[in-house]
Design a protein around this ligand. Sequence first.
Ligand code: NI
Length: 168
Amino acid sequence: MALRDILTVPDPRLKLISTVVDGVDDALRALMDDMLETMYAAPGIGLAAIQVGEPKRVIVMDLAREDEAPQPRYYVNPKILWASEETAPYEEGCLSVPEIYDEVERPARVKLSYLDYDGKPVEEDAEGLYAVCIQHEMDHLNGVLFIDHLSRLKRDRAVAKVKKQKAA
Ligand code: NI
């Protein structure tokens, strides 16, 4: 396993639409292993492949609390099958927009399908933090960041702050 560099705004690669993966093989599992290690090291609770420069529809996540054993989750070609009309706000952050947090409103519950680490198809319902995180990560697959849900002013400010952090 190897740590990968995490892209940050305004890297144009973060705007790419990631492509559907052609099945799960050892090379893809190696990418998912690297992504998980990179996410844990950051530390973060979710990471999309494009955040390490790979435009593939792949996500890793771990929503376990600090006092719980790790619960790594892997999503290949995830799809939202249904989203509730009811929405909920959540203060989001993103490893590609470090140290910026703001409230985003998203559907409170979703039903999703994906292939897991072994390439097995899974269907699942998500709510609470899980629903927030999977929708945030799936946005990355379509070149959308959580700051794209904010006003233009807030978005520009966030990007300027991250650029300043990097220059420092
Ligand atoms: Ni993110």
